[in-house]
Design a protein around this ligand. Structure first.
Ligand code: NDP
Length: 342
């Protein structure tokens, strides 16, 4: 099989030279006693947090990092969809479609206890199950509904709004009847947010000189909910524009992943006087919502209330550039690499 690994720990923004394509022998005959399952990978997820796993951390930092660190040379696992090609596990047979933790490569040997579930595509393309109907979708759903507790008519701001999680937060908020504004890094993205996804407003943060004033312009009556995907200066500007009893879901701080320097710092006086609730969360802690999330999102997809937004490239060898481009804002919607057709 072919798989992607890192040559070294990554410092700052990832570069092509940090990655390597390796091959290793793969035997498709399994010892049934091993209980292993061999999966042919079909669609693999590309996510910003992978970069955080690639950094070199002191051991104490490593413990607070929720996903296991990656050692150079090691295979890299990710949420993905695939097809069973050989099974020593009585729960799976050859031909089963599955979703779980698979490799950034063309095949995965899943050990007993590895995260692997049978997948019912429910009439949707398999790629949806990596993004909109997978973890990105659950992140948006749990972060918005459970953490932000939104009400119809509230004013919602979402950053990295055309990204995988952000676009869904905005679409869930619109479906609920909120006023929704998003930020993104290009004119093209701003146009898509307004014209394709029906956001009430959108702006290109790269063209703005004073984010506090920009947010004041889009939210003359203040922000009730901020869904934070980026951290940094935008977080600081959002806190200063929040309304009393506002909620902030801290989903990710991507502007800080490539940069050790601390930029924005929200005013804690604002947090106190406005009685803000600021909560970090991990989608994986909200698996109890997966059923609700799936039925709501499938309904919205079928009725056309929510549009899927995917950005798919092909082949194991395109995985490094797919990750690198997330930090350059090159993706539109969920970034996925198609390893093989079903
Ligand atoms: P996206 O599809 O949103 O891709 C990342 C986007 O971030 C880029 O397209 C880019 O868009 C934007 N971006 C990149 N660098 C910067 C920067 N320096 N400043 C501002 N924006 C930047 O990825 P995901 O939807 O997968 O993830 C979004 C966020 O959610 C991330 O922070 C991620 O870590 C987090 N996350 C958290 C989870 C949880 O359980 N808490 C689960 C999944 C994701 P643009 O054009 O706008 O710059």
């Amino acid at each position: 099989g072919m798989y992607i690994t890192i040559k070294n720990h990554v410092d700052g923004a990832p570069q092509d030279s940090d990655f390597e394509l390796r091959s290793s022998p793969l035997s498709l005959s399994l010892d049934p006693a091993s209980h292993e399952v061999i999966v042919k990978n079909l669609y693999v997820s590309i996510d910003p947090y992978q970069l955080n796993r690639m950094k070199s951390y002191s051991s104490s930092q490593q413990r607070s990092n929720y996903a296991v660190a990656i050692t150079p040379g090691e295979d890299i696992d990710t949420y993905a969809v695939g097809k069973v090609v050989a099974s020593g596990n009585p729960k799976f047979v050859k031909g089963d479609l599955v979703a779980g933790l698979l490799k950034w490569g063309d095949f995965t040997v899943v050990k007993p206890g590895g995260m692997l579930n049978k997948l019912d595509p429910m009439g949707f393309p398999l790629s949806y199950h990596v993004g909109i109907l997978g973890f990105s979708g659950l992140t948006a759903y749990a972060g918005f509904f459970e953490i932000c507790k939104p009400k119809k008519g509230e004013k919602v701001f979402v950053s990295a709004a055309l990204g995988s999680v952000g676009n869904l937060v905005g679409q869930f908020a619109k479906a609920l009847g909120c006023y929704v504004v998003g930020s993104a890094g290009s004119k093209e993205k701003v146009a898509l947010l307004k014209e394709k996804l029906g956001f009430d407003g959108a702006f290109n943060y790269r063209e703005e000189t004073d984010l506090k004033l920009t947010l004041q312009r889009y939210f003359p009556d203040g922000i009730d909910i901020y869904f934070d995907n980026v951290g940094g200066d935008m977080q600081e500007a959002a806190v200063s524009n929040m309304n009393i009893n506002g909620r902030i879901a801290v989903c990710g701080v991507i502007s800080e992943y490539t940069d050790r320097e601390k930029r924005g710092a929200p005013s804690m006086i604002d947090v106190i006087y406005k009685r803000l609730k600021i909560q970090g969360f991990l989608a994986g802690d909200h698996m109890n919502l997966f059923g609700d999330f799936l039925s709501t999102t499938c309904d919205h997809l079928r009725s056309g209330k929510i549009q899927p937004l995917e950005d798919i490239s092909d082949g194991v060898e395109s995985i490094p550039s797919a990750l690198i481009n997330l930090f350059r804002g090159q993706n539109i919607g969920k970034k996925i690499v198609r390893i093989a057709e079903e």
